[in-house]
Design a protein around this ligand. Structure first.
Ligand code: HEC
Length: 132
């Protein structure tokens, strides 16, 4: 029993370090898509699902953090994101299937639009959007 003690004691500390490391490596507040994002996104891409937006976020974290910090979606106007992704592809920074690129793009556009930076869906069509 007592033999196990040192390891048991060390574990919370190790966990804390791992937790801190993972927090530090994440971009601050890379938000998850919600129902309002889905509603806005569906105006642009009928049939889009919350799961696919969430998948876009996951792919973004996986594929786009290798060389620089993860730029927050709201850093750029929605319409800039596809251009940036095209540039990353053209520069051979990323090698992803078109559907993966599309998913990333949709996530970034949907969240960027949350910050009111999108020109794309007319505000009247969005309707009832709360301020957040
Ligand atoms: C292999 C390295 C690499 C990967 C992977 C990469 N980038 Fe970049 N990215 C760069 C470099 C280098 C720059 C700065 C020079 C430039 O803008 O081309 C940059 C700049 C940016 C910028 C800054 C804004 C701007 O217009 O320059 C954004 C936003 C960006 N990348 C988004 C992405 C996204 C989205 C992905 C994933 C699809 C991605 N990056 C993956 C290398 C990378």
């Amino acid at each position: 029993m007592t033999v196990l003690r040192p390891a048991t004691r060390a574990r919370p500390a190790v966990r804390a370090v791992v937790l801190l490391a993972s927090v530090a490596s994440c971009a601050p507040a890379l938000v998850h898509p919600g129902p309002e994002d889905l509603r806005r996104a569906a105006l642009l891409w009928p049939g889009v699902t919350l799961e696919s937006l969430e998948q876009g976020r996951a792919l973004y974290v996986q594929s786009c953090a290798g060389c620089h910090h993860l730029h927050l979606p709201e850093e750029l106007p929605a319409e800039e994101w596809p251009k940036v992704i095209d540039r990353m592809v053209a520069a051979n920074h990323v090698d992803l299937r078109p559907d993966a690129l599309e998913a990333i793009s949709r996530y970034l556009i949907a969240i960027s639009a949350r910050a009111g930076r999108a020109a794309s869906p007319p505000a009247a069509a969005v309707g009832g959007e709360g301020h957040r």
